[in-house]
Design a protein around this ligand. Structure first.
Ligand code: AMP
Length: 115
């Protein structure tokens, strides 16, 4: 738990947020500035700043992230048409919160390559 980290504070329930999913490892909630009809953030409770800080001890968290992403995609009705799970890492990718998070995007055509 990092006190001045907004996603640590959400995961710790210090900032009231409607959670779509929570367990001992993860929370999921809607992005405050959605860029697609379905835009959910899946956030490990552990403060990992970004992909560069992942280690093999985080493998079970990553497995759970994708299990939850698939389940939320089904619940949100985008599993069949298709969806994307995105992790921005570093300034060139536009990472704005330094606590690893997985964007689940769906509900519209998602361009490729991404901008
Ligand atoms: P990134 O730019 O990849 O670091 O993504 C950070 C995301 O967090 C952005 O899409 C923001 O809109 C979103 N965000 C920031 N603060 C909040 C918040 N309090 N609740 C929900 N989403 C947030």
């Amino acid at each position: 738990m990092v006190d001045d980290c907004i996603f640590c504070r959400i995961a710790d329930l210090r900032i009231p947020t409607e959670l779509l999913y929570q367990d001992h490892q993860l929370v999921a909630f809607r992005d405050i500035q959605p860029v697609a009809p379905v835009h959910i953030l899946i956030v490990p409770k552990k403060h990992i700043p970004d992909v560069l800080h992942l280690t093999n001890t985080d493998a079970d968290i990553l497995g759970k992230v994708y299990e939850v992403a698939a389940e939320l995609a089904r619940c949100e009705g985008v599993a069949e048409d298709g969806f994307r799970v995105v992790v921005n890492t570093g300034p060139a990718a536009g990472q704005s919160v330094q606590h690893i998070h997985f964007h689940l995007l769906g509900g519209r055509e998602l361009g490729w390559p991404p901008g």
